[in-house]
Structures are given as structure tokens and as C-alpha cells.
Write a protein that binds this ligand. Structure first.
Ligand code: 4AD
Ligand code: MG
Length: 481
């Protein structure tokens, strides 16, 4: 007889032929004449209930039932049938079940149900076996796939920019330095070899490996610009790193960023693209991740689905920075004591509480704030000539629950203006010679933005802390796993 077809629980439906299910046991309930074993294979939140009637299963299975514990991995065979009541529409009427890997209840950290998210972070290697973290992982994967699908459908080319770089794109000095191992012990390190396997003498493993100071990138933008200025529309989607010493619920030291860059495009095109992209990918998540989002709505955020639906269907607000300041000043004047940062004026870098008030209270919507003061933004942003030289063509997208989700701008494409700005900021033109070449040779207006991927995951799942939106969060004091 052929071995039964393997079925993922997400695809389980009533069928004539026996099927095989493989996964991890969540709960075991034994009764007089039968046992219920809830098996989760990670493909769905609900997994499948396996019903084992003692008179219908083989000897060996009867023996296995005695040893079943939460967490052990199993292989079950049986027929998928309509469920007699219960939460699910189908269940496995099992004829056989084998333990693949046992799991001692005394030491398994997840033997007991319900753990705080804080505790789960200390067992990041096991936490994807919980409902919450597995659901985050599935939503995250769906979002990543739909982001690629959106840009590919729009004809953008996916480019991979380097993670090791010499340039500080954001100019905020939040870079991790890349060095080799202890240079005093160079002798103990393996020597470099040539193609014939001969050890190379005098190879320097020191700080100068790259010939100059090198860092982990804070953004793929500058590399993205080189390709936009050749391929037209491109995007990157990769890890970025920031040594910002913040212990907040929305900052990571290692996070993924989606960075589209478009040639012959102004700030409005960047906002249009960000809005279309978010509507598309959140729409896909609503569609494909309904079971997981229903779970998040139930346990974390009642209004989640309404908020996501609204994001997909309503136009985003577009608000000049000066107006944002005006609204904030009016609101803060009513009761300054309610605010951690009550002093807001032109030139203020908006704090999360300001961003969230705009998105959650003032507009109850996603809000693009644009035309920020030049002095709080990065060197590459294009001057707004009409605005007394005080603002740049920059935008941030603020969303309820998160605050800043996207940051972008039109880039300064005029050589002379860019060089002047760099001089003002004490940036060395020689370090950026290749970036300036883009302005020297066939310069074009171009624009782009960066979407913080974990912030998107946090937003779509309605969870509080960005540390639960990535498998192995990196933050000050934490690089375990
Ligand atoms: O606003 P940022 O710093 O913009 C840039 O890096 C531009 N070079 C992007 C571009 O125009 N191509 O970062 C972009 C987004 C932020 O809006 C935020 O969502 C996210 O990246 N982000 C972080 N996410 C998690 N942890 C951190 N420490 C983050 N810093 C920024
Ligand atoms: Mg920003």
C-alpha cells in the first residue's frame, strides 16, 4: 500500500483516503475509550485535533498514548472527517500515531500554557512554538512576500546593497564599526591562502581590512540611488543596523528595511507609491492571514481589523509639517502637563507621542507629514526652494499605534546645492565621490523612502513591542541566540 499523503493542517479537508499529519503536540486529553491529541504543524493557528478511539488504533499507538506530552513531535495517520462539534470543522480520526521526538514535561519551558511575551523573549529559540509568535512569523512572511510581489508587479528591480559600508547614510553617527578579531593575536588566526592553497605571508587582519573604517549599513538608500539612476525603479529589502541606545518598543539595533528608489520622481510620487504599497500589502495580509489576525484582534487589539480595513480603503492624510506643528501647539496648549515634550515649534523633531496623537487622535488615519525643517533632516534631501530655504522635500508616514512607519524624501539632484549642503554639515566630499558622480553624470530628480519592516509587522499584528516582530531581536544588552 502506498504511504498516506502528507497534509498540512492549513489544507486539511475531508477526504476518502488516509492522510498523514506531522507536527508538535499542544494538548493531550485521555478519556475512557478515546484520547484527543491537539497537533500543531505551524501551518495554521488551530492545527488539528486527532481523535484516537482505543478500539480502532493499533497496539503500538496505544502504548504511545501513555508517553504523549505537550511539545513532543508526532506522526499521525488517519482520515480527515467532519468534526463532531468542537472549534474546528474537521478533525483527524487516527488509526496510528507515533512519537518522533519525546519532550520531557519537567524541563520543557512551554509545557504550561500562557507565558508573558517578556518571558518568551528569553526563549526566542522556542517561542515560535507558541500561538502568538507563530502567528507573527506567518504574518511577517506573508508581508515580505507581498512586498516583493507589489514591487515586482510594478516593474521595480530588486537590488541588493552592501551591509558593510564606509558611508553613514543618515549622518546620525549610529553606526556599528566592523573590525576583525583581536589584532594582537593575528598569529593565531588562520592565514589567508592563495588559489593554490599556499599561505600568504604578512596578511593584515587588522582594523584596516577594508583599507578604511567600515561599518554596518544604516540604510541601503545610497546604493539604491546608484541603481535607480540606471534602472529607473528599484527597491532593496534587507537588514540594516543602528547603534542607537534606545530601550523602546519601536527600536531595534538590527532591523529590516524596504527601500524603493525611483528615478524621474518627486516627493509626491514617493508618497503615492508608499500609500499604494501599504494598501496592497495590508490588503493581502487581511486576505491571507485571517485566522492569525482574528487571534490578534481577540487577544491584543480589539479594533485591529477595522483599523487595517480603514488603512486599505481610505486615502492617507497629507499634512505639511508647519500645519502639524500648529495642530500640536493648539492641542498642547489645552493641557501641557499631559505631554512629556510640550515644547513644540518649527524645528522640533516630532516625538512618538506627537506622531501618535496626529495619527490616532487628530486624524484617526495614516498621515504623511511632509516638508520638514532642513536642520533636522539628512544631507541628501532636496531643498524646498520656495520655502525660504528652510525646509526639505522629506516625508514621514505616521500610523496609529506605531508612529513613524516610513521615512522618505526627494533627493538633492543638483550638484552645487548638494555640495554646499555637505560642506555645511562638515561631510567630506571625497568620501562621497561616487555618490556625487550620480549628480555629475546624467543627474535626474529621484525619490524614495524606507519602510521599517518590523514596525509594519507590529502594526499589522497589533502587538505592542517591536521585539516580538522579529525572530531574534537585537537591542542594547541582547545578542543571545
Ligand atoms: O527614517 P529613516 O532613518 O530613513 C532612512 O534610513 C532613509 N535612508 C530611508 C530612505 O529614504 N530610503 O528610517 C526609515 C524607517 C523608519 O521610518 C522606521 O520605520 C524604520 O526605518 N526604523 C527603525 N525600525 C526599527 N528600529 C530602528 N532602530 C529603526 N530606525 C528606523
Ligand atoms: Mg525617520
Amino acid at each position: 500500500t502506498p504511504s498516506p499523503r502528507r497534509v498540512k493542517t492549513v489544507d486539511a479537508e475531508v477526504s476518502e483516503d488516509p492522510v498523514s499529519i506531522k507536527g508538535w503536540v499542544r494538548t493531550v486529553r485521555k478519556q475512557k475509550t478515546l484520547a484527543f491529541v491537539e497537533v500543531n504543524d505551524g501551518s495554521s493557528m488551530s492545527g488539528i485535533q486527532c481523535v484516537l478511539p482505543f478500539d480502532a488504533i493499533d497496539e503500538a499507538t496505544l502504548g504511545e498514548i501513555e508517553n504523549l506530552t505537550t511539545g513532543c513531535s508526532v506522526h499521525a495517520i488517519g482520515n480527515i472527517v467532519k468534526s463532531q462539534g468542537g472549534k474546528q470543522s474537521v478533525e483527524l480520526s487516527a488509526t496510528s500515531l507515533r512519537i518522533v521526538g519525546s519532550c520531557p514535561g519537567e524541563t520543557f519551558p512551554l509545557a504550561k500554557k500562557r507565558h508573558s511575551l517578556e518571558y518568551l523573549r528569553t526563549i526566542a529559540h522556542l517561542r515560535p512554538r507558541t500561538n502568538t509568535i507563530a502567528a507573527v512569523a506567518r504574518v511577517r512572511s506573508t508581508l515580505a512576500g507581498s512586498i516583493h510581489a507589489f514591487f515586482q508587479d510594478e516593474g521595480f528591480n530588486y537590488v541588493q546593497t552592501p551591509l558593510i559600508t564606509a558611508s553613514d547614510c543618515e549622518g546620525a553617527g549610529e553606526m556599528f564599526r566592523v573590525t576583525t578579531l583581536d589584532t594582537d593575536n593575528v598569529e593565531s588566526l588562520p592565514r589567508a591562502k592563495d588559489d593554490d592553497g599556499n599561505e600568504l605571508p604578512g596578511v593584515d587582519y587588522g582594523e584596516d581590512f577594508f583599507g578604511k573604517a567600515a561599518f554596518l549599513t544604516v540604510s541601503g538608500q545610497l546604493g539604491g540611488e546608484t541603481h535607480a539612476c540606471a534602472l529607473g525603479d528599484v527597491y532593496t529589502f534587507g537588514p540594516t543596523f543602528r547603534a542607537e541606545n534606545s530601550q523602546t518598543t519601536r527600536h531595534l539595533a538590527e532591523f529590516w528595511m524596504v527601500e524603493p528608489e525611483m528615478a524621474f520622481a518627486d516627493l509626491t510620487s514617493a508618497m503615492d507609491n508608499a500609500e499604494a504599497m501599504l494598501k496592497s500589502v495590508v490588503g493581502v495580509a487581511l486576505d491571507k492571514c485571517d485566522e492569525d489576525l482574528t487571534f490578534f484582534a481577540k487577544f491584543f487589539d480589539k479594533g485591529l481589523k477595522d483599523r487595517l480595513q480603514k488603512l486599505v480603503s481610505k486615502p492617507f492624510v497629507r499634512l505639511p509639517y508647519r500645519d502639524a506643528i500648529k495642530y500640536l501647539q493648539e492641542e498642547i496648549a489645552k493641557d501641557p502637563s499631559k505631554w512629556q515634550f510640550p515644547d513644540v515649534e518649527f524645528g522640533t523633531d516630532l516625538a512618538t507621542e506627537h506622531e501618535r496623537w496626529l495619527a490616532e487622535k487628530k486624524f484617526e488615519s495614516a498621515v504623511f507629514v511632509y516638508n520638514y525643517p532642513k536642520k533636522i533632516k539628512a544631507f541628501y534631501m532636496r531643498d524646498n526652494d520656495e520655502d525660504g530655504g528652510e525646509t526639505v522635500n522629506a516625508m514621514d508616514l505616521l500610523v496609529p499605534g506605531v508612529g513613524e512607519l516610513v521615512g522618505g524624501s526627494q533627493r538633492e539632484e543638483r550638484m552645487d546645492v548638494l555640495v554646499d549642503k555637505m560642506r555645511e554639515l562638515d561631510l567630506d566630499e571625497d568620501d562621497y565621490w561616487w555618490y556625487l558622480d550620480l549628480r555629475r553624470f546624467g543627474s535626474v530628480p529621484h525619490s524614495g523612502y524606507g519602510l521599517g519592516f518590523e514596525r509594519l509587522v507590529t502594526y499589522v499584528c497589533g502587538i505592542e513591542n517591536i521585539r516580538d516582530a522579529i525572530a531574534f531581536p537585537r537591542y542594547p544588552g541582547s545578542a543571545e541566540f
